[in-house]
Design a protein around this ligand. Structure first.
Ligand code: DAH
Length: 341
């Protein structure tokens, strides 16, 4: 009995002095561990005469419970204290965040810069009709200019001849489907449903049936631009383009060069080259004044309206802006690439 109360006293004393978890664990082992003082007493109970065992047994058991409870309480008090002993001056853990794809960043730039010039951002379908991708843009079915765009055609259901009317319908309304080869069909789509004046851009993914290399992919991104009004001229086109590129290449010196070119949907047609900070000339876009036939297809009177259009490759601009050597990196899904943005 004596030794039980001695054990209790010395445990209480030691527990009071403990200030960390490691010391607490030492005490636990010393008293109730496999070779602990109290454990030894409990083990020796069997050797005691019955009357002593009856007295000491319950006391020893009660003390074990008391010690275990006290240990748990102490641990809980450490946890509670540590909540308040945070070092507020310690630097925070670095949170690893996701990265936006460079093409997403470029598209954001386009949206923001063109919105600031009062352009609306419009969307259009990736699966397109032959009509909008070609015909409505003044590219007739047998026109050699169709070869400018290597096209992924979408398989049409076979007509077995028993339903002649639907075959004729498909032919006449040019319901052949394809993956759009450029964003230009959205010029025709938008004009059909809106009355000028307006100015829009259409960012989107386009598809080309061609071999891939560092500069070519079977899919890539373009931005189409269209501004229509009563007296829009090439001067407006020039202003908008130059304003865009100056903002896009923030603060860097950008020079411009305009070359005559050919596109079926513009007349005259031009191509625009830029030179950034005295570097090399780079071709960045096709553009021009909307062809009268394109207005006619849209149901506009070409004597009443005029406008400019342009198309740029977003991948190409991203490659120039971020110095990316190979277009295929955009579609590689390699996180080591994405993490750099
Ligand atoms: N759609 C053309 C292409 O993909 C680019 C283009 C050229 C768009 C001239 C235009 C334009 O709107 O006016 O090659």
């Amino acid at each position: 009995m004596n030794s039980i109360s001695e054990i209790k006293d010395s445990f209480t004393k030691e527990l009071d002095a403990v200030s960390d978890v490691a010391a607490l664990e030492k005490i636990r082992v010393a008293y109730v561990g496999r070779n602990g003082t109290l454990t030894a007493v409990l083990r020796s109970l069997g050797d005691l005469p019955l009357d002593e065992r009856k007295k000491i047994g319950p006391l020893a058991q009660a003390l074990r419970k008391e010690i275990e409870d006290a240990l748990i309480e102490k641990i809980a008090s450490f946890a509670e204290q540590s909540k308040f002993s945070v070092d507020l001056t310690a630097p925070g853990k670095k949170i690893s965040r996701g990265h936006l794809h460079p093409l997403t960043l470029i598209e954001k730039d386009f949206r923001q810069i063109f919105s600031s010039m009062n352009f609306s951002v419009i969307d259009g379908p990736e699966i397109e009709s032959e009509y909008y991708n070609f015909d409505a843009l003044n590219v007739a079915p047998n026109h050699p200019a169709r070869d400018m765009w290597d096209t992924f055609w979408i398989k049409q259901p076979e007509f077995d001849g028993s339903n002649t009317s639907s075959r004729d319908e498909a032919k006449n309304t040019k319901k052949h489907l394809l993956l759009r080869t450029h964003t230009s069909p959205n010029q025709a789509r938008f004009m059909r449903e809106h009355t000028p004046p307006f100015q829009i851009i259409v960012p989107g993914r386009v598809f080309r049936y061609e071999a891939t290399d560092a500069g070519h992919e079977i899919n890539f991104y373009q931005v189409e631009g269209l501004m229509v009004g009563k007296d829009i001229t090439l001067a407006n086109l020039k202003f908008v383009i130059e304003e865009f590129f100056k903002k896009f290449f923030k603060g860097k010196k950008v020079e411009f060069r305009y070359r005559p070119s050919y596109f079926p949907f513009t007349e005259p047609s031009i191509e625009v080259d830029i030179k950034i900070a005295g570097g090399k000339w780079l071709e960045v876009m096709g553009a021009g004044m909307v062809h009268p036939h394109v207005f006619e297809y849209a149901g506009y009177n070409p004597r009443e309206w005029q406008g400019f259009a342009f198309g740029m490759g977003m991948d190409r601009l991203a490659m120039i802006k971020y110095n990316i050597p190979d277009i295929r990196l955009f579609y590689s899904g390699d996180v080591r690439f994405i993490k750099q943005f």
